[in-house]
Design a protein around this ligand. Structure first.
Ligand SMILES: Nc1ncnc2c1ncn2[C@@H]1O[C@H](COP(=O)(O)OP(=O)(O)OP(=O)(O)O)[C@@H](O)[C@H]1O
Ligand SMILES: NC(=O)c1ccc[n+]([C@@H]2O[C@H](COP(=O)(O)O)[C@@H](O)[C@H]2O)c1
Length: 398
C-alpha cells in the first residue's frame, strides 16, 4: 500500500491541474527508529529496490536509512528540499521531460520556490519548465496525520514546519476522519490550504503489521507483495519471530548453537562437503498426526537472535517424516481413536522451546520440503505435547 499511495496521490494531484507530480521519494527510516519488528535497513532497502523496479518515477533514497540515529520527519523533508533545489540548480533535471520551446525558455525568468501553483498562477502544461523548483510534500495515510495529536510524538514546531512550509498529501484510511481532525486542530486549520486530502474509494485496509503477521504465521502473502519481495523474504527468512512477548524474552543470546540467516544461506544451502549440522533453538508451533498414513507433522519455529538485533529471526517448517515414522509406532495407539487427520490439542501457550539438531544432506535443500535425518532432544518436544507418548532415546538417530 505504501507504493499504491504514491500512485493514488499522483493521479489526484495531477487531476487538479494545479500540480504536476514529477517524482516520488521513498525514504526508509533509520534503524535507530527502533520500531517493533523493524528489520535492519539493509533488508528494507533491498526489498524496496526490488519493489521499485517496475516504477519509473518513485525513487528510493537511502540518506535517512543510512544514518545511525533516527531523524525527525521535519529534518528529512528539509534535507530533500535542499537536495531538490540543488539538483534543480545544477541540471533542472526534474522537469526535463517537459521541454519548452527556446523562445519560451528565454521568456521564462521567474523562479518559483514551489512547483505547486495557486489558482491565479495556473500555468499551461508547457510552463512547467525547469524554472520551477518542485516542492517537497509529505505523503501519508490519515492515521499518520492523526498521530500529530499523540502527546510527545511530534514537536509543535515540526508540525508547523511540515504543514506550513511543505504541505501534506493525505490518503484516507478506514477508521479515520482527516477533515474532522483538521477542523479540531488550530494549527492544521491554519494551514489547511497545504493539506491535500485524497479520498481513496478503492478501500484497502492492508497494513505492514498485517503483512508481517501473515508472514510470521506462514500464510500466503502473494498478491499483497511483489513476488520478488516475497522471494527475498523467504530467502533471508525474515519476519519470523512469533509475536509473543514471553517467547521473545526467552530468546537465546547469540551462541555457537545458533546460526543466523546469512550463515544458513551461505553454508546450509550450498551443502559443500556433504551434510551440515545445524543446531537451533525452536518453538513448537504445531503438531498434527494423520493416523491413517502414520505420519506426524511437526512445525517448528526457530528463534535466532543475531548480535542482539531483534527481528533477525528465521522460521522454518520442518516436516519430520523419518523421525515421525519411527515415533508414530508408539503414538498411533493414542491417535488412532481419533478422527483423521487429527490435530493434537496444543495447550499451554506460549510455545515450548526445544532444541533441534538438523542435518541437511546434499540432496535436501532447506528451502524445499527437506527431511530431517538427525534429531536430538526430541523428548522435550514430544513430552510437552498432550496425548503423545513416545518411547525413544535422545540419541535416537533415524
Ligand atoms: N492501507 C493504507 N491506507 C492508507 N495509508 C496507509 C495504508 N497503509 C499504510 N499507510 C500509510 O503509510 C505510511 C507508512 O506507515 P507505516 O509504515 O506505519 O504503515 P502501516 O502499514 O500502517 O504500518 P504498521 O501496520 O506497522 O502501522 C503511513 O503514513 C500510513 O498512514
Ligand atoms: N516527530 C516525528 O518526526 C515523527 C514521529 C513519529 C513518526 N514519524 C515518522 O513517521 C513515519 C512512520 O512512522 P510509523 O511507522 O511509526 O507510523 C516514519 O518515517 C517516522 O520517522 C516522525
Amino acid at each position: 500500500m505504501h507504493l499504491r499511495m504514491f500512485e493514488i496521490a499522483r493521479d489526484a494531484l495531477n487531476k487538479t491541474g494545479r500540480y504536476q507530480v514529477v517524482s516520488g521519494i521513498m525514504s526508509p527510516v533509520s534503524d535507530g527508529y527502533k520500531k517493533k519488528d523493524l528489520l535492519p535497513a539493509k533488508h528494507r532497502v533491498e526489498m524496496l529496490k526490488l519493489a521499485l523496479r517496475t516504477s519509473d518515477w518513485i525513487k528510493l533514497d537511502q540518506w535517512e536509512s543510512s544514518l545511525s540515529s533516527w531523524t525527525q520527519t521535519a529534518k528529512v523533508l528539509r534535507h530533500f528540499r535542499q537536495q531538490v533545489e540543488q539538483q534543480h540548480q545544477q541540471h533542472g533535471e526534474m522537469f526535463n521531460h517537459v521541454k519548452p520551446s527556446p523562445s519560451k525558455r528565454r521568456k521564462k525568468q521567474q523562479h518559483n520556490t514551489v512547483a505547486d501553483l495557486t489558482e491565479n498562477q495556473l500555468p499551461s502544461m508547457e510552463d512547467h519548465s525547469e524554472n520551477l523548483v518542485p516542492s517537497v510534500k509529505l505523503l501519508c495515510g490519515a492515521d499518520l496525520l492523526e498521530s500529530f495529536a499523540v502527546p510527545g510524538l511530534w514537536d509543535d514546531e515540526d508540525i508547523e514546519y511540515i504543514v506550513g512550509s511543505h504541505g501534506l498529501v493525505v490518503i484516507t484510511r478506514s477508521g479515520s476522519d482527516p477533515q474532522k481532525f483538521i477542523y479540531e486542530s488550530d494549527i492544521l486549520t491554519k494551514y489547511q490550504e497545504n493539506i491535500f486530502i485524497v479520498t481513496e474509494w478503492i478501500f484497502n485496509d492492508i497494513s505492514s503489521t498485517k503483512v508481517r503477521r501473515a508472514l510470521r504465521r506462514g500464510d500466503s502473502v502473494k498478491y499483497l507483495l511483489q513476488d520478488s519481495v516475497i522471494d527475498y523474504v523467504k530467502k533471508h527468512q525474515l519476519y519470523g519471530i512469533p509475536d509473543n512477548k514471553h517467547f521473545n524474552k526467552m530468546m537465546p543470546s547469540p551462541s555457537q548453537d545458533t546460526i543466523n540467516a546469512k550463515e544458513l544461506e551461505m553454508d546450509g544451502m550450498g551443502f559443500k562437503g556433504g551434510g551440515k549440522l545445524i543446531n537451533e533453538i525452536a518453538a513448537l508451533e504445531d503438531i498434527s498426526t494423520n493416523p491413517s498414513s502414520g505420519e506426524i507433522s511437526v512445525i517448528l519455529r526457530s528463534a535466532q537472535n543475531k548480535s542482539g538485533v531483534d527481528g533477525n529471526c528465521i522460521s522454518r517448517h520442518l516436516p519430520l517424516h523419518r523421525m515421525i515414522t519411527h515415533l508414530d509406532k508408539k503414538s498411533s495407539q493414542a491417535a488412532s481413536t481419533q478422527s483423521s487427520p487429527h490435530r493434537l490439542d496444543r495447550k499451554g501457550t506460549p510455545s515450548p522451546l526445544v532444541k533441534v539438531s538438523t542435518t541437511f544432506t546434499r540432496e535436501e535443500e532447506p528451502e524445499k520440503n527437506h527431511k530431517v535425518s538427525c534429531i536430538s532432544d526430541i523428548g522435550t518436544l514430544v513430552r510437552r505435547v498432550k496425548n503423545v507418548r513416545v518411547g525413544f532415546t535422545p540419541e535416537t538417530r533415524v
